[in-house]
Ligand binder design. Sequence first.
Ligand code: ATP
Length: 218
Amino acid sequence: MKKEFAVIGLGRFGSSVCKELFRLGHDVLAIDQDEEKVQDVLTIATHTAIANATDEKALQSLGIRNFEYVVVAIGDDIQSSILCTLLLKELGVKKVWAKAQSYYHQRVLEKIGADRVVRPERDMGMRMAHHLVSENIVDYIELSSEYSILELKATDKLHQRSLIDLDIRAKYGCTVLGIKKMDELNISPKPTDHVEKGDILIVLGHNRDLKKFEDTGM
Ligand code: ATP
């Protein structure tokens, strides 16, 4: 279903969010106070606006409260990022996702009502570290400070064994959400489905249990 998004701040992060949302077929209003930045996204946004996102009247005249999701992608100027997020929540925007530069920036954004705060550099750094420490980890998504989803490459140990035989949930407390085989993705694996070496297992669990599975079960 087509959704309406607004992206405020068209640096590398904001313009990348804008481009991908537009590519996925959604309506995107791209906003920046810098005219050049707005010019750069003319072909990857549905609408554009040059505006100062800390100006309440400017936000109102853009009809910002009608957008289901607004992404605040202002990073360096922490004051603007905070003020803009605050105004958006006060104006009644349902979902405000914001980018933070630091832990304290994140905490302030959460306190003033941001619905989701991301820290791209930190998150990417963590993902890269997981790739580096284990060759079997293909990808890593942190769901909370305790729970994650890992994509793990099946080793010899799992080769030609069924999920019922591996009994991953009982032994490790982790749930196999899916199995990727070449281009094919099985998103509701049955207990009788078999794993081959090289398949990618998509596994959800507590970080402690995922680590145990990765260390001893793979
Ligand atoms: P990047 O995503 O490139 O890492 P960044 O984190 O360094 O970006 P900034 O460069 O601080 O983020 O801001 C991104 C964009 O936000 C810039 O294009 C800037 O012009 C825009 N911006 C900053 N403050 C405002 C504001 N008050 N209103 C509208 N746009 C703003």
